[in-house]
Design a protein around this ligand. Structure first.
Ligand SMILES: Nc1ncnc2c1ncn2[C@@H]1O[C@H](COP(=O)(O)OP(=O)(O)OP(=O)(O)O)[C@@H](O)[C@H]1O
Ligand SMILES: O=P(O)(O)OC[C@H]1O[C@H](OP(=O)(O)OP(=O)(O)O)[C@H](O)[C@@H]1O
Ligand SMILES: [Mg+2]
Length: 281
């Protein structure tokens, strides 16, 4: 199975990092190499531009691909979304000069909109019943309203810094995006693809969890159970020749501070909190 992975840009590193954490270590991937093997002899990696990945998957050059939802929608290819990988989160918005006369989507009627996402923009305008010209650019979209190339833009925003720096204001929401794993419809049910989905899900499931280990007096075990939140009870093990037990439990990261204090209060000791690499439920 071949996985298409962004070769550069902001999505490259987090994608490779996710593969690593999923146990698919990339071997012999020299800089600028377009193709690499992984530790799994059945899985190889093809590096491509984020914008081209939908096409690679659609053509069958790769069975699955990691890229932004914006790129897949823009490609118009009917790929199957398998897992939301939860990075590269951004919005495509309609934006216009702060001090101009465009305050809502309808105000771009009869005007022009510059974008790197012509298909998404045309579909958006159609959906909204707005008749406007779409001007295709390949970058620096935020500049176009200031050089009279366009009246408004449809572009990516996440922190809002770039729009602010260019004195542009959001006047409409077009699309929400994050990086996801996509498959060709013919490969969505392949056993190897299933394994990949499970591996990615296990990494995501582990991300906000911590593994908490402790010793507790046997007679306080019920109190310990009380203060441990959430699903799945703890694993309890006898400590040989002792009136203590060892307790192991998976806890939400945001609960750890409180849980550790509560555990101490009910007599637990030797409390150890560690990160979890993967969690298969
Ligand atoms: N500011 C952002 N915040 C979050 N995600 C973003 C942001 N900008 C882009 N993305 C996501 O990353 C994808 C690729 O953008 P990126 O700029 O990394 O690649 P690129 O434009 O192909 O690379 P380059 O700009 O180096 O040519 C976008 O399609 C989008 O899904
Ligand atoms: O809301 P913000 O956090 O400012 O992010 C938005 C900016 O990020 C992306 O550009 P990128 O940094 O990828 O540069 P590029 O135009 O060279 O692709 C996008 O095209 C916006 O310009
Ligand atoms: Mg970019």
């Amino acid at each position: 199975m071949r996985i298409a992975v962004p070769n550069k840009g902001r999505l490259h590193e987090p994608s490779v990092d996710l593969l690593e954490r999923a146990g698919l270590h990339i071997e012999s991937a020299a800089d600028r190499k377009l193709y690499a093997e992984t530790v799994d002899p059945d899985v190889s990696v093809l590096f491509a531009r984020a914008a081209d990945i939908p096409e690679y998957v659609w053509d069958g050059a790769a069975a699955v691909g990691i890229t932004g939802r914006d790129q897949v929608v823009e490609s118009g290819r009917d790929l199957v979304e398998l897992v939301d990988l939860e990075f590269g989160r951004c919005r495509l918005v309609l934006a216009a000069p702060e001090d101009g006369d465009i305050a809502e989507p309808a105000d771009v009627a009869g005007k022009s909109v510059a974008t790197e996402f012509p298909r998404i923009t045309r579909e958006y305008l159609e959906r909204e019943g707005i008749d406007a010209d779409v001007v295709e650019v390949t970058g620096a979209t935020e500049l176009t309203p200031h050089v009279e190339m366009a009246d408004a833009i449809v572009d990516i925003t996440s922190t809002g810094t770039t729009l602010r720096m260019n004195r542009l204001a959001v006047v409409g929401e077009v699309l929400e995006s994050s990086v996801r794993l996509y498959a060709h419809p013919d490969h969505a049910d392949d056993p190897k693809v299933d394994q990949l989905v499970t591996a990615f899900e296990s990494v995501l499931a582990a991300e906000n969890k911590r593994y908490v280990m402790m010793n507790a007096p046997r007679e306080r075990l019920d109190d310990v159970r009380e203060v441990i939140p959430g699903l799945g009870g703890p694993t309890v093990m006898d400590v040989a020749g002792d009136d203590h037990v060892a307790v192991h439990v998976v806890v939400d990261e945001r609960d750890v501070f409180e849980v550790v204090n509560d555990l101490k209060a009910v007599g637990a000791s030797g409390i150890l909190v560690t990160e979890i690499e993967r969690l298969v439920e």
